[in-house]
Design a protein around this ligand. Sequence first.
Ligand code: ATP
Ligand code: MG
Length: 201
Amino acid sequence: MSDPTHPSEPAAADRTDPARTRPPRPERRDVDSLVLVSTGDGKGKSTAAFGTVLRAVARDWRVLVVQFMKSGRWHVGEEAVCRRLGVEWWTIGDGFTWESDDLDRSAAIAREAWRAAAEALASGEWQLVVLDEVTYPMTYGWVDADEVLATIRDRAPGTYVYCTGRNASDALVELADTVSEVRKVKHAYATGVRARRGIDY
Ligand code: ATP
Ligand code: MG
């Protein structure tokens, strides 16, 4: 019988049981920060980033959220709560592209958001910077994707970066330490249900 005080150490007889086999644990490595990416076509990318913001706030980290695509007019619930928690929140984008009647303006605003984000990444002032929906301006060519990657790579020490958005490029995936893909299995939107307060924003 296995020792209940060491539940992760299976008894010798159990070691062949695949359910009890632990994944290999690589040699320990210390890093001062990480790059995380949440991508894919399912719901949950920004939600995952904001869940991480909660954890960072719990540790009294200085946290900045830059929203690249959300309208300044559309104040999402998480913005209000995060501000109350002392999170810095920059909403510089002017809405999703298919809502925008002036793509040039959207591109200019995304570039402005990126300029501010780039300064923040270099400043060393933040322990967590969330670049929410940053993949879209990269994909659309509104910002120089190579410059974004280099700026993230060369960020100030101790600055964790959390990027969200569909279609994260291979280069961003390569640069990141942790990448999760949220796959859509179903979404209520497909059956005509519109975005819901408290769940979607
Ligand atoms: P969330 O902010 O809920 O975590 P997300 O960041 O994964 O969503 P976005 O592409 O940023 O996804 O879209 C934000 C909004 O679009 C949310 O209201 C979300 O419910 C909705 N949404 C996400 N995925 C889908 C989908 N596959 N079909 C329709 N609507 C979606
Ligand atoms: Mg999102």
